[in-house]
Design a binder for this molecule. Structure first.
Ligand SMILES: [Zn+2]
Length: 467
C-alpha cells in the first residue's frame, strides 16, 4: 500500500514538473551568439518548453513561483546544433564497407542491426555534449523512423532528416534493401525519386555529387537541376555534397540551397564567393571528417578527451585497426598502415586548402553552419563537434563566429518551424540551452565545459545524462 501511494506521488510530481514548472536561471552570464550579446547577471525564465523572458536584475522581474537554478559564475547559451550527421552510421570501423570492406570480420547486416538498437544511446550522447538539435543529411528510409523516435523521446535532440542520397554513383555494399545511397540515372528518375521522398516529408533532399573521370561534373548537372526543381516545387530545400570547386559551383548554379563539406581541391575564387552570397547559400564545412578516415586507417587517430569521455566505448574500441587480423585488412588500410606519414600528409594538404577557404567565405559573410559528418568512420557522434570547433578556430574564425555557426546559423540550416525557434535565447523560442562552467567567448575550448543541458524545458545535470 505504501509503495502504491509513493508511486502515485511520483507520477503526480512528474506530471507537474513536465507540464507546469516555471524555471528561472538566475545570475548567469547570458551569451546570445546571434546578437553577440554577452550579458552578465542575467536571468532566463522558462515556462514549460519555452523561454518566456530574459534580462538582467534591473530590467527583468522573476516571478515568485519559479524554481530557481543558481547560475552564478556560469554561462548560458542556446543549445548547440550539429547540422551534419548520419544516424545510419555508427562511427565504428565497420560502418562503411564501401570505403573499407571488413565484412568478413563483421557482416554489414550485423553493423546495421547494432546501429538500429543504439539509436537512444546516440541521442543521449548528443545531449551530453549540449547538442539539442541535429540534422541527418542522408540515410535509408528508416531515417524517417529515427526522426519520429527522437520527437517522442525526451532525452533526444530535435532531429531533421533527409532520406536516401540522390547519387551520381552506386554503392552496392550498403544496399540491404533500404539503401542510404541511390544511383539516379537522369532527370526523370530524379523527379520520380523526389516525389517518393516527398511522401515522407523530408526536411531536406540530399544530392551526392561525386565526380571522377567516369562521372564528369557536367554529366550530372541535368539530374541536379531536376532534383532541385521537383524539390522546390514542394518547398523542400536541397543540400549537395560537393568537395571540388567546379562541382560546388555547378551545384549552386543548378539551384542548390545548401553546400555540405568544404571545397578541398583548390582555393575558392571571387566569382564563387559572390555566387554563394547572391544565392544566400548555407555552407557546412564538416572539417573533422576529412582527417578521420585517414587517421583511423593509418592508426594515427587523434580523438579528443571529449570524444574519449562521451563517445560510445564500443565504437571507439573498434577503431584500433591493429586488432584486425592482417589477412582481413582491405588494401586501403594496409597501405595507410604501411605509410602513415603519407596519410597524414594528405590530411595536411586537404586542410591547407579547406581552412583558408572557410575563412574567406566567413569573411565574405557567407552563412556557415557547423557540422561534423558524425557517424563516418572515426567521427564520433556527439563530441566530434568540439573537434570541429578546434579546426574552425585553426581556420581563423573567432570564438563568437564559431558559436554563431552552431546556433543561429545552424538553425537556418535545420529549417522549418522548429528551425525558426531554436539557435537563440529569446521569448517564444524552445528552452534548449546549455549552461557552461567557463566562458566560450574567451576560449572556444570552454564550449565543452558543460554543467547542465536543458532540452525542451527539461533540466539535465550534464554528468547524469550518460549514467
Ligand atoms: Zn555526410
Amino acid at each position: 500500500m505504501k509503495t502504491r501511494v509513493f508511486v502515485c506521488f511520483c507520477a503526480l510530481f512528474v506530471v507537474i514538473s513536465a507540464r507546469a514548472e516555471k524555471i528561472a536561471l538566475v545570475n548567469g552570464t547570458l551569451i546570445n551568439p546571434m546578437t553577440e550579446v554577452v550579458l552578465p547577471g542575467a536571468h532566463v525564465l522558462i515556462d514549460n518548453d519555452r523561454v518566456v523572458g530574459f534580462g538582467d536584475e534591473i530590467t527583468f522581474d522573476l516571478p515568485k513561483d519559479a524554481r530557481r537554478i543558481d547560475c552564478k559564475g556560469k554561462f548560458i547559451l542556446p543549445g548547440y546544433i550539429d547540422t551534419h550527421i548520419h544516424f545510419f552510421q555508427s562511427g565504428d570501423l565497420f560502418t562503411r564497407p564501401d570505403a573499407a570492406d571488413l565484412t568478413s570480420v563483421r557482416p554489414y547486416k550485423d553493423e546495421v542491426a547494432w546501429v538500429k538498437s543504439h539509436v537512444n544511446d546516440v541521442f543521449a550522447r548528443y545531449l551530453r555534449c549540449g547538442i539539442t538539435s541535429v540534422v541527418d543529411v542522408g540515410g535509408p528510409f528508416w531515417n524517417f523512423e529515427v526522426r519520429k523516435t527522437a520527437n517522442s523521446t525526451a532525452k533526444a535532440p530535435r532531429v531533421a532528416v533527409a532520406g536516401p542520397l540522390i547519387s551520381s554513383v552506386s554503392r552496392e555494399k550498403l544496399d540491404l534493401g533500404d539503401p542510404p545511397i541511390v544511383k539516379i540515372d537522369g532527370p526523370d528518375q530524379a523527379r520520380e525519386f523526389v516525389r517518393k521522398l516527398a511522401e515522407q516529408k523530408p526536411d531536406l533532399v540530399k544530392i551526392w555529387y561525386i565526380v571522377d573521370k567516369d562521372h564528369p561534373v557536367d554529366a550530372f548537372r541535368p539530374t541536379v537541376r531536376a532534383t532541385v526543381e521537383e524539390s522546390h516545387a514542394r518547398k523542400i530545400r536541397v543540400a549537395v555534397h560537393a568537395t571540388e570547386l567546379e562541382t560546388a559551383r555547378a551545384a549552386v548554379e543548378q539551384g542548390a540551397d545548401i553546400l555540405v563539406h568544404s571545397v578541398v581541391d583548390k582555393p575558392v575564387d571571387d566569382a564563387f564567393v559572390k555566387l554563394l552570397k547572391d544565392r544566400h547559400i548555407i555552407l557546412c564545412p564538416t572539417l573533422v571528417v576529412f582527417e578521420r578516415y585517414g587517421r583511423t586507417f593509418s592508426h594515427q587517430l587523434n580523438l579528443t578527451p571529449e570524444e574519449k569521455a562521451w563517445g560510445n566505448p564500443e565504437v571507439i574500441a573498434s577503431l584500433d585497426v591493429t586488432k584486425i587480423p592482417q589477412d582481413k585488412l582491405p588494401d586501403r588500410i594496409k597501405t595507410a598502415l604501411a605509410k602513415p606519414d603519407e596519410a597524414l600528409d594528405r590530411i595536411k594538404k586537404t586542410y591547407e586548402v579547406a581552412l583558408p577557404n572557410l575563412k574567406r567565405l566567413e569573411d565574405a559573410g557567407v552563412t556557415i553552419a557547423a557540422g561534423t559528418d558524425a557517424g563516418n568512420i572515426g567521427t564520433i557522434h556527439g563530441p566530434a563537434l568540439f573537434r570541429e570547433f578546434q579546426l574552425m578556430k585553426e581556420a581563423g574564425l573567432t570564438n563568437m563566429q564559431i558559436l554563431q555557426s552552431t546556433t543561429v546559423n545552424a538553425a537556418k540550416l535545420f529549417g522549418g518551424d522548429t528551425g525558426a525557434h531554436i539557435g537563440k535565447i529569446d521569448n517564444g523560442y524552445f528552452a534548449d540551452l546549455v549552461i557552461l562552467k567557463s566562458n566560450p567567448a574567451d576560449d572556444i575550448a570552454n564550449a565543452s565545459d558543460i554543467d547542465t543541458v536543458i532540452k525542451n524545458g527539461v533540466v539535465y545535470p550534464a554528468d547524469s545524462i550518460l549514467r
